[in-house]
Design a protein. Sequence first.
Lengths: 66, 674
Amino acid sequence: MSPSQRNETLADLLKEAAQKFDVPLKLLEEILWEERIHLYLAMTSRQSVRKRVREILQETSKNATA
Amino acid sequence: MRLLKLEMKNFGPYRGKIDLDLKAKSDKNLWVIWGTNGSGKTHILKAIKWCLYGCDPSLRRQMQYGSERDAWEFIYGTYMEDQPPPDPYMYVHLWLEADSEDPKKPQQYLVKRSVSPRTQKPMNPTQIKCDFEVIINGRPSDSPREAIEAVLPLAASQFFMFHGEEIREMSQKHMEQTRKAIELILEAETFRQGKEDLLAVAHEIDNDLDDERRKSGGVDDLLDLKKRLQEKIQSLDNECAICKNEIADKKKQLDSVQIDLAKNEDSRVLKNKLDELSQRLDEIEEERKRTLARRGDLINDLPSKLILPELMKVLEGKEERHKKREEQGKKISELVGRLQLTKDVLKLERCVCGRPITERERERINKECRDIEETISKLQAGLEEEDPTYYEIRETIATIKSSKMNFEQFKKDLHENALRHDEIEGNTKNLERKLSESKIEEIKNLVEQRDNLLTEIGKAQQRLENFTTELETQKNRLDEILRILERKERHDSIRESLDRQYDLVTRCTSAFESVLTRLSDVRRRAIGNNATEIFRKLTNKPEEYDRIEIDDQFNVSVIDKRNNIVHRETLSTGEREVVALSFILGLMNASEKVAPLVLDTFFVHLDESHYGNIVKALPSFADQTILILTDLEYQNLKERAPSSFFKHVAQTWQTVRNQAEFQSTILPEKEGKD
């Protein structure tokens, strides 16, 4: 499985999950991005990841209300 | 992750500094390290693992990051207690590169792990100091351990860099850690971490919600209070308005009265003067009454005044006798004084001039005393008798004279009083002439009206002041209630937002969980397919065995051409090693992580066919492969491997043991096969 195939599969799975659980795909992607940043670069602490995730949730929740 | 260079000093059996260049050049991606048993070849693998993780997985105990016990083994473990190493400093530095988001710009890592003694002669692991540093693109990482985990997790490292014994052990039993390896190596780890973070965030939000619920409840009572306060304020406002109207109305009336009073100003002044005169007349009348009362007393004293001349004549007759008695008394007093003085002289012994008083002189003084006493007796015998009425008559005369004077004063006072009364009465009559009776009545009414209005205005103002104070108090209370309600409403809004966030995070967690499960499934199948592809190249029974399958319990099985599971027990040791290697390589191919493949004494149990297949396929297994071989394995490789294999070898090293000096060394060989 090539990296592009892997990414394609992941993108499909995320899209399906977003639809199934009625969550904006962008939100899942953003949270995933934060986790990736943490895991790949190890530049941020878990606490800061959680803080950022919470911010993303707040923003999404606000936008959804608007 | 690709290794670029290994540098170590005093690690394990090696003394001094050792450098191994591991940077791949064009299609040369194989490195071979060979040597006899115990010459230190496995320590090269251990050095790489210790540098990255600080532990020695081959010790088969619970692996612990940065274990000082493992570090102690690598430098002091090879020496006797009484013969410590001459150089107690040890380090391993590893240069490597790892893929980043931009495939053209891999991240450069320098991993440094070192040991130094805390005391002059360390006796146990607690007396050494271990340092660990990771420099990424020239900048020290704040969390070096996590940086390495991101490159290649410790738990996954066993699938990439392993000793032959490890893969043999792995092939003997079900791979309990397969699932974990998949999660760690594949991006499933990201989802697992993400799910944990989402659950933690959900927990935080839930706690915040509890706080907000506490802060926002109990609004109904406040709303009721707010309504009641508003009603009360409205009622007070009305009362104030009524008071203000009343005051305005009364003031208007007062203005009108004041205008009327101003119009009658002259009359009012006259009236005031008249009132004043009337008051003065009353006062004079009072005074006259008091004076007339005095007249009664004076009339009572009148009879005594009539006998005054008679009393005067009687007193005159008694005056001569009274004077004579006074003169006699005066003379007797003088003689008594003189007698006393003469008696005092007799008591003295000397005269005032200091001369002693003679007897003759004393006799003469005594005679003089007797003469004086005789004279006093004669005078007292001839003294006139005291007249007891003399003083009484004199006192009565004085009283009657004083009474006479009072009577004169009475007559004078009465006269003056009558004069003043006449004068004021005259003035009053003049004023009364100027003012008609009706005018006086009008002014009197106006003044009365004015006074009444002023009193009423004062009362209304007092009421207004009370209402205003009460109004102010109630408004302040209402403001406070409104502020509290506003705060509560704000908390309600926050709570609503938190509710939405909680709902969202719960759904995100479920979505992540779903992706994690699906991803594991998809990738489990992908790993199975990759492993099968490799297995088909390596197995010596391609006609009999069909594929490798990984079930949902992550058991790795071989499926034969009849679609039956070939039980592990029926596979030979070599076959199980081939299955394990196929699974590992399948895992590597399916992984987003890139890591070097280090195979340590792997070929021992392989038959001719398996060996040939593996050697043939080895250069394509990984970007970077390090083979660690015994001298026999190396000899075997040189004899059996095709010449094309050696074209991929970048460098060959031989580990050599110097038994005399209790140390090993590593020597480079010329590249390629002879």
